[in-house]
Design a protein around this ligand. Structure first.
Ligand code: HEC
Length: 107
């Protein structure tokens, strides 16, 4: 019986860790973007390297916060990326923008 309580405790612990705000760009990337974006390779969305090489910080921030507002001006015919405007904190947004730029000169 005792190990069941231990399991519940562990589950609560893991849950509270994942609910904490993410503290590196790499963590934000893995938690929210990796399914659709990779660092140097095209995936479902463009690679972060390509984005860093062609967009300003403002363009990147706008698209992450509200993709439906600017996809046409970025040259897309439709937008399927979810909005992260309310998901990411200001700090997480800054971290992920820095992370995207860190992919700029990647081989
Ligand atoms: C469900 C898949 C999906 C997820 C998850 C996703 N994206 Fe996207 N993203 C796309 C697609 C597809 C596009 C192309 C335009 C569109 O659909 O809005 C895109 C476009 C972008 C662009 C603009 C590209 C350009 O040409 O300037 C940025 C910046 C971006 N994503 C950043 C992110 C970041 C940062 C995350 C994680 C916080 C993320 N995306 C999560 C699919 C996704």
């Amino acid at each position: 019986m005792k190990h069941i309580y231990k399991l519940i405790f562990m589950a609560l612990l893991v849950n509270s860790i994942s609910a904490k705000s993410l503290n590196t760009g790499d963590n934000v990337f893995r938690a929210y973007c990796w399914g659709c974006h990779h660092q140097t390779a095209q995936a479902f969305g463009p690679s972060f390297k390509q984005i860093a090489n062609t967009r300003t910080k403002e363009q990147i921030m706008t698209h992450i916060g509200s993709p439906k507002s600017d996809y046409r001006s970025l040259g897309y015919k439709r937008s399927v990326m979810p909005s992260f405007g309310t998901t990411l904190s200001k700090k997480e947004l800054d971290l992920i923008v820095k992370f995207i730029y860190s992919c700029k000169d990647m081989k």
